[in-house]
Design a protein around this ligand. Structure first.
Ligand code: NOJ
Length: 544
């Protein structure tokens, strides 16, 4: 075993219940060595920024050895760092610094599939049909007279068939790219390997795991057809991370895996946690992934999918809180991530999209539970829509025409010229180019500027951490009477009350009786007995 870092953060095993977790898309966060790709040393350099922002933990997307066909979600060695991101020594230094700054580290675990460059898959190809090496994956015979047709009608989430044929005639399953063969989780050897990988990173001091495709590891017995496909109906079986009921997703047996993982997490001190990236048909099925015997959280993607309307948000919030109450685990809130168009753009782009995104941030950060902030959302970054096709790297792009590159453009840290401080001084390289408009959105350009999105996040996070009504998960929400299209709820604890109001009504709203504004996305005009909340605006009010 290698060096482990005892964390000074072991005193609160429930830290994750109300944490704010900042998602670091490692390739695009900060580049310390000037090769145009973000790295662990770059994260380490910017830890003070994250501490000052006021988040509690970082979730790092995969930084393991990988051919980078899917940005690192194609892992060739689960116990090492890809040279483009650094070394295990860099990881140890980064987590050590993070812990001493009071920041926890969640790492991404990719158990559904390996890279085709993983030694197991290389051995499977070499060993041939019927071998124990092939039994770690889902190899099978094809249909048709000579086995020339795929074994079933399953489609890859990245488009096209989910099966690829190898030289000896067998086919293997890949729910994503052909370079990401699916493991057979009914094989005990696969289970034992991942339990060991969990321990490897827990021993190195990680505080938790984000479980990739947590709903996909078990496939229905007999690999039955779905019954329709793009070929037959023109309708795709599954959109990129969609949530239909399918024989390759959300099978009941997948829960056995998490019931085996939980005691491992619980055997370490300090509240080691796991969050599922799971897409289930209903909030009820999603809730089955969490609880005292399984995982700690699941991403609540319904919040991310909510449209810019009071009804939509209200419904999602009520459902999520009700489900969370049943399973006794806090819900999560997420507005953006590395797979989805940034919410500034989803909410209308331009100034309208930005003000709505800022209002959504105040909504999210006032809710009980754990909030996930995607890097750059604190800067109000929009999706980059006009990347040249030849620069796009998302493997889905060539197959479906859809690309996730626009939300993965490197972070602008400062300066007037691209890549805006992403690399060391004087270095202009970045694996995707940032638009000219991002000079004004950089960290340096927004720091200390009253009213900037960065200062709004800092202020909201400061209040969330220190205000009795927000600081604990305990204070639930009470919806307040409000005009149609206005969301208003309060949380009360320790003798003080904090009210969040978001105006999605299309007309200015008169807000009175909630006390004094403590943070707002823009200065509010007084009306004598209250305040006027403009259209698409939000504010928090306090009464002590
Ligand atoms: C979900 C990840 O978030 C996404 O980026 C990746 O492409 C797929 N899982 C496959 O690992």
């Amino acid at each position: 075993m290698t060096a482990s870092h005892p964390t000074p953060l072991t005193d609160d095993p429930d830290w994750w219940r109300s944490a704010v977790v900042y998602q670091v898309y490692v390739r695009s966060f900060a580049d310390a060595n000037g090769d145009g790709v973000g790295d662990l040393a770059g994260i380490r350099q910017h830890l003070p920024y994250l501490r000052d922002l006021g988040v509690d933990a970082l979730w790092l997307t995969p930084f393991y050895t990988s051919p980078m066909i899917d940005g690192g979600y194609d892992v060739a060695d689960y116990r090492d760092v890809d040279p483009s991101f650094g070394t295990l020594t860099d990881f140890d230094a980064m987590i050590g610094d993070a812990h001493s700054l009071g920041l926890r580290i969640i790492v991404d675990l990719v158990p559904n599939h390996t890279s085709s460059a993983h030694p197991w898959f290389v051995a499977a190809l070499a060993a041939g049909p019927g071998s124990p090496e092939r039994a770690r994956y889902l190899f099978t015979e094809g249909r048709g007279e000579r086995g020339e047709l795929p074994p079933n009608d399953w489609e890859s989430i990245f488009g096209g068939p989910a099966w690829t044929r190898v030289e000896d005639g067998q086919w293997y399953l890949h729910l994503f790219d052909p370079a990401q063969p699916d493991l057979d989780w009914r094989n005990p050897e696969v289970r034992a390997e991942f339990e060991d990988i969990l321990r490897f990173w827990l021993d190195r001091g990680v505080d938790g795991f984000r479980i990739d495709v947590a709903h996909g590891m078990i496939k229905a017995e007999g690999l039955p057809d779905v019954g329709f496909s793009t070929m037959t109906t023109g309708r795709r079986q599954v959109e990129l991370l969609g949530k239909g009921r399918l024989p390759y997703f959300d099978q009941d047996e997948v829960h056995e895996i998490y019931r085996a993982w939980r005691p491992i997490l619980d055997s370490y001190p300090g509240g080691r946690m796991a969050v599922a990236e799971a897409w289930a048909e209903t909030p009820q099925r999603l809730a089955r992934y969490i609880g005292p015997n399984e995982l700690h959280q699941a991403f609540n993607f319904d919040f991310l999918d909510a449209t810019w309307s009071a009804e939509s948000f209200r419904k999602v919030i009520d459902t999520a809180l009700a489900e969370a109450a049943i399973v006794g685990a806090p819900t999560t809130w997420v507005l953006s991530n590395h797979d989805k168009q940034r919410h500034v753009t989803r909410y209308g782009d331009g100034p309208d999209g930005l003000r709505r995104a800022r209002a959504a941030a105040l909504l999210m950060l006032a809710l009980p539970g754990c909030a996930y902030v995607y890097q750059g959302e604190e800067l109000g970054l929009p999706e980059v829509l006009d990347l040249p096709d030849e620069l796009r790297q998302d493997p889905a792009f060539r197959r479906t025409g859809e690309s996730r590159d626009g939300c993965r453009v490197p972070i602008p840290w400062g300066g007037d010229l691209p890549s805006y401080g992403f690399g060391p001084q004087g270095c202009e390289l970045s694996w995707l180019p940032a638009p000219a408009t991002w000079a004004a959105l950089s960290v340096a350009a927004q720091t200390g500027v009253p009213g900037s999105t960065l200062e709004l996040y800092r202020e909201a996070l400061r209040i969330r951490r220190t205000h009795p009504a927000l600081a604990s998960e305990g204070a639930g929400i009470s919806w307040l009477e409000a005009e149609p299209g206005v969301l208003a709820f309060s949380r009360t604890a320790g003798g003080s009350e904090l009210t969040c109001v978001v105006n999605i009504s299309g007309v200015p709203a008169h807000v009175a009786g909630y006390g004094e504004p403590v943070v707002a996305i823009e200065p509010l005009a007084g009306t004598g007995d209250g305040h006027l909340l403009p259209v698409d605006s939000a504010a928090w009010f306090e009464r002590r």
